[in-house]
Design a protein around this ligand. Structure first.
Ligand code: ZN
Length: 372
């Protein structure tokens, strides 16, 4: 047990969420509990992780979640490990929720995205159809998040673009997508910045500079693609070529990278397998599975095309494998599934409760110690 790596989870504690400040001590080695000396609360070693309040051994949970993240059907796990179906489903649910929080904290940070590709998958669920829209940063293959909706409309695409915006810096940014008009409207709505003038009323919104849009429209005869049309919607060809050169080493406008990612998700979520029998009953189950697979893809699996060669003396080369998160500079190593499930998302800093009148000396001391 290392008190230097954990933080207090008590929302009323001034020291909540702060690591390495010396306020945490070991309460009980036997029961694996820590204590916060500021608020005198004890908490389990597993608090804040996906293993919190689970009675089963950590190793078994990690094994089952790893299988789930690689597309193993729940029924197979039930039979192989002699577990109850509801237990496996609850582990999928809690690991998916945990991964969503990790994704929001770690991936949804502003970065220079370069080129982003977006696409939707049509998913059969029990009693209907759900659309799953996802986006990917091309240069690092980083999965930027996904959204689900019953219809493939502007709301779905706008929600996806809000996810992309949470990950984006205002730099030249190329979007490559299919011929769906909703993308163009959504990008123009979401990528705007208010100009504050100090006047009364809502401020005017100014579009981001450097937003480029391109569409890839495929024409089908039956199930075969017979023609591909590439359209430039916003920006000049020279600007688009510059971004393509920087993010994929040249080439043409395409949606190949997101289509490859869709194939990965189809293979890794049992409910997404075409003509499969393991249909999801609810949209929420699908959402949890999506975040679990997305985070395992981003953090735990080496991506073959992200390898970099380091030249060695004698003309030889040493290949270094990278995960999308490593390529994006989010982490410095490939995570294990256990590491992903054990990641504690920090809590926001404590703020003193609002009271009338001036702050007391005690409150001022707490603010000076914990809020600076
Ligand atoms: Zn505390």
């Amino acid at each position: 047990m290392d008190p230097q790596t954990v933080f207090c989870h008590n929302m009323a504690c001034p020291a909540r969420g702060q690591v390495g400040k010396g306020n945490i001590g070991v309460h009980s080695q036997k029961e694996r509990r820590y204590i916060c000396r500021v608020c005198n609360t004890t908490f389990s070693e597993r608090k804040g992780t996906a293993f919190y309040r689970l009675r089963m051994g950590k190793d078994l949970v990690v094994l089952v979640v790893t299988l789930l993240a690689h597309g193993c059907p729940i029924q197979a796990i039930v039979v192989a490990f002699g577990l109850d179906e509801r237990t496996v489903m609850s582990w999928q649910d809690r690991s998916g929720r945990h991964c969503e929080q990790v994704h929001q904290h770690v991936v949804e940070q502003p970065r220079d995205l370069g080129q982003v590709q977006g696409d939707e998958i049509r998913v059969k669920v029990q009693g209907g159809i759900v659309w799953m829209a996802m986006a990917l940063q091309v240069s690092t293959r980083l999965w930027l998040g996904g959204v689900l909706s019953a219809c493939r409309d502007t709301n779905l695409i706008t929600a996806l673009m809000r996810k992309v915006r949470a990950c984006a810096l205002c730099r030249p940014l190329l979007f490559c997508m299919d011929g769906c008009q909703a993308y163009i409207d959504a990008i123009r709505t979401v990528f705007r910045e208010p100009i504050h003038t100090g006047k009364v009323g809502s401020p005017r919104l100014r579009p981001w500079d450097g937003i480029l849009m391109a569409q890839v429209v495929k024409q089908y005869a039956g199930k075969r693609v017979v023609a591909i049309q590439r359209r430039l919607v916003q920006g000049t060809m020279a600007q688009v070529q510059a971004v393509l050169q920087r993010t994929q080493g040249g080439g043409t406008i395409n949606t190949a990278y997101i289509e490859r990612l869709n194939a990965t998700f189809r293979a890794c979520i049992a409910a997404l397998v075409r003509r499969g029998r393991a249909l999801a009953r609810q949209e929420s189950t699908l959402r949890r599975s999506m975040y679990l697979v997305g985070c395992v893809y981003n953090f735990c699996i080496y991506h073959r095309s992200l390898r970099v060669a380091i030249p060695l003396p004698g003309g030889r080369r040493h290949w270094v494998s990278r995960t999308p998160a490593l390529a994006a500079g989010i982490t410095d190593h490939c995570w294990t599934v256990e590491e992903l499930l054990s990641f504690r998302v920090p809590l926001p800093r404590w703020t003193p409760p609002k009271r009338r009148g001036p702050r007391s000396k005690a409150t001022k001391a707490l603010v000076a110690q914990w809020c600076s």
